[in-house]
Ligand binder design. Structure first.
Ligand SMILES: Cc1cc2nc3c(=O)[nH]c(=O)nc-3n(C[C@H](O)[C@H](O)[C@H](O)COP(=O)(O)O)c2cc1C
Length: 505
């Protein structure tokens, strides 16, 4: 690649927040606010509520007599119902004064705008006819869009990656305007982070049902968007998630590489409406990062081992199990923290679980971005018992902390995150960072997707672990990029992708 900037770097720079660019961001127009989910009109509906693991229907309050599963170990409606609910179902409602409310999901979402949509591509299953289905979140049901078995077309779109024992595929798309409405061009970063969170739930919960979701973020875009008839200036597939039996999970070590286009993503950080997306930097980058049918698979590489100077982190040998399902149903983003300290042991447990250190599970087979060493993480320690406040590198699979600069960084973290009080009052935060230029050299423009999807995925693993450990948590995707990089002591090519704060409410 030449020293010139790729589209990914150009997009990133355009969407950096500075005091100056923030002044130019226009307020969202309430009249143009998009709905947070699709509602498809179809007579071919497959209700899933009867299979929820609750005594009462959370939608109507009526008593539920759970329908007995008749799938005999196959992917039946009971499993699909619980998989979808724990991945992206409605798990809470914020009531507005004067009536109405806003539905909250199993996965967090920047600004609660919920740009992700889920589709199921199924062969004939014992309780479900073959077809392409849309997950209708507001009713918790599947709606058939097209008949027939299209799983071969999805397998082909995955190129040389083999997922031979796949029983069905979940496709996750991003609807760009839902996020661009509030965040303009920077919304695309959040669309990718949000998608990673949704995947995090699926990957963490599926093993509880004896299944595994393997995330594939490299695929022939035109083929999958075409399968769903999506206009990629509005909505595009971001993840393809084969669902397989736990025991037959492949361990991919290679990623599809897109070519590098020295394109410019210029213009203003605002997007005036959905029709303006076609000419936006968001869509320019998304299209530049598409893979063709013959995209090359490149080795991901292996990251460095922890350095000798790092402080080893030893979580307790008797560790409480992480019940992903329970944690997902309980998880809510912290709205404020009390300013109390957290213990080093719960923090070590959360890192252990996030990076699959002592219990490598299905999620470890996530496309190997983290293990390549091109997705880094740092700890902002403000109030952790037994740990001097400061900025630490998180080494290996969360097994050691390398002190980078010690001191009280609470005020700088608060300022870098647009004066959000959760940053000042939290006990600690994990920052996900990456050397963008080097990542683009390895994976082409696609690197931008891989890095943000993986940061969201790890962020959700961290939130599930924190909720399990009775800590509160909240993501932060709104920050001044230069101030965040300087706080985290990043190298010039490194960018900040995302923060997840932890603490007590
Ligand atoms: C990618 C991402 C970025 C977020 N950024 C912020 C943030 O900057 N500040 C904040 O208070 N909450 C942030 N949140 C939390 C959302 O506001 C929260 O998920 C949403 O309101 C839904 O509520 P719930 O998480 O309790 O379900 C973020 C969440 C995600 C997934």
């Amino acid at each position: 690649m030449s020293a010139k900037r790729s589209t990914a770097e150009s997009y990133h720079e355009l969407t950096n927040y500075t005091h100056e660019t923030l002044r130019r961001v226009s307020a969202p127009d309430p009249g143009q606010q998009p709905a947070p989910f699709k509602e498809v009109v179809s007579s071919q509906r497959v209700p899933l509520r009867a299979y929820l693991p609750f005594g009462k229907d959370p939608f109507t309050g009526e008593r539920l007599d759970p329908a007995p599963p008749s799938d005999e170990g196959d992917l039946g409606l009971a499993v699909l119902s619980r998989l979808l609910f724990h991945t992206y179902g409605i798990t809470g409602v914020v009531q507005f004064e004067g009536g109405g409310g806003h539905m909250l999901r199993a996965a967090p979402s920047a600004g609660a705008l919920y740009p992700s949509e889920l589709y199921l591509v199924a062969p004939p299953l014992p309780e479900l006819e073959a077809g392409i289905y849309h997950y209708q979140v507001a009713q918790h049901e599947l709606v058939r869009l097209w008949e027939g078995d299209h799983t071969d077309a999805v397998q082909r779109a995955l190129g040389g990656q083999a997922f031979p024992d796949t029983r069905a595929f979940l496709l996750l798309s991003g609807v760009f305007w839902r996020s661009a409405w509030r965040y303009g061009e920077r919304g695309y970063r959040r669309v990718l982070l949000d998608a990673g969170h949704v995947l995090g739930n699926l990957a963490a919960y599926a093993p509880a049902e004896g299944w595994t979701a393997v995330p594939a973020a490299g695929f022939n875009d035109a083929a999958l968007n075409g399968l769903l008839f999506l206009d990629d200036a509005q909505e595009a597939v971001l993840l393809c998630m084969p669902i397989l039996r736990e025991e037959s999970v492949p361990r991919p070590s290679r990623l599809l590489r897109s070519s590098v286009t020295l394109g410019k993503a210029d213009g203003s950080p605002n997007v005036s409406g959905p029709e303006a997306l076609a000419a936006s930097a968001t869509v320019a980058l998304h299209r530049a990062s598409c893979c063709e049918a013959d995209a090359a698979l490149v080795e991901a590489g292996v990251g460095a081992a922890p350095s000798d100077r790092a402080l080893p982190l030893t979580p307790p040998t008797r560790r409480p199990p992480v019940h992903a399902g329970r944690a997902i149903l309980r998880r809510r983003s912290a709205r404020s923290y009390s300013g109390e300290a957290i213990g080093l042991q719960p923090l070590a447990l959360c890192l252990d679980s996030t990076f699959c250190r002592s219990a490598p599970d299905a999620a470890e087979c996530w496309f190997p971005v983290r293990r390549s060493g091109l997705l880094d993480s740092r700890l902002v320690a403000l109030r952790v018992e037994g740990l001097a406040p400061g900025i630490y590198g998180i080494e290996g699979a969360g097994e050691a902390l390398l002190p980078l600069s010690l001191g009280d960084f609470g005020e700088r973290f608060f300022e870098a995150t647009l004066a959000q009080e959760i940053a000042r009052d939290c006990a600690a935060a994990v920052a996900f960072t990456a050397p963008l230029h080097a990542a683009v050299e390895r994976w082409g423009e696609r690197a931008y997707r891989y890095l943000h999807l993986e940061a969201g995925h790890l962020g959700e693993r961290l939130q599930i672990a924190a909720t399990s450990a009775r800590l509160s948590c909240c993501g932060i995707a709104g920050f001044l990029d230069e101030e965040a990089a300087s706080l985290l002591a990043l190298e010039p090519d490194e960018i900040t992708l995302y923060f997840v704060t932890l603490g007590k409410e």
